[in-house]
Write a protein of this length. Structure first.
Length: 121
């Protein structure tokens, strides 16, 4: 109960009826919520919060990348493309970026990932 008073949740649910429980979320400590300027969910796989502080802009991005062997692996390219788009925009607007989540990355063998994807990792 006390934890609920200290945290605010943000959620990007899946848009698919076949995946009603999929989605990504973020919890922020209560005083930080007043700095959230933009909430950007994307297909239940990405969630970006833009926070503005005095002379500092921060994007926090929560990520879920399906495993390469899953039936949803074909979504990976679109997810990486959206993530790269957000990162490019953040760089050009002098944002600090925090990326967290589940990349389902195989750190032993990245042979299935292009160099484009590896620059994010």
């Amino acid at each position: 109960m006390i934890l609920a008073l200290l945290l605010l949740s943000y959620w990007a649910p899946s848009l698919s009826n076949s995946r009603p429980h999929d989605g990504v979320g973020l919890l922020l400590h209560h005083p930080l919520h007043k700095h959230v300027q933009k909430i950007d969910p994307w297909n239940g796989r990405l969630l970006k919060l833009d926070l503005f502080f005095h002379q500092t802009k921060i994007s926090i991005i929560s990520v879920y990348i399906p495993p390469y062997h899953s039936i949803h692996y074909k979504e990976r390219d679109a997810i990486f493309a959206q993530l790269n788009s957000w990162l490019d925009k953040a760089r050009s607007n002098n944002y600090h970026v925090v990326i967290l989540g589940d990349f389902n990355a195989d750190e032993v063998s990245h042979s299935h990932l292009s160099q484009h994807h590896l620059k994010i990792l």
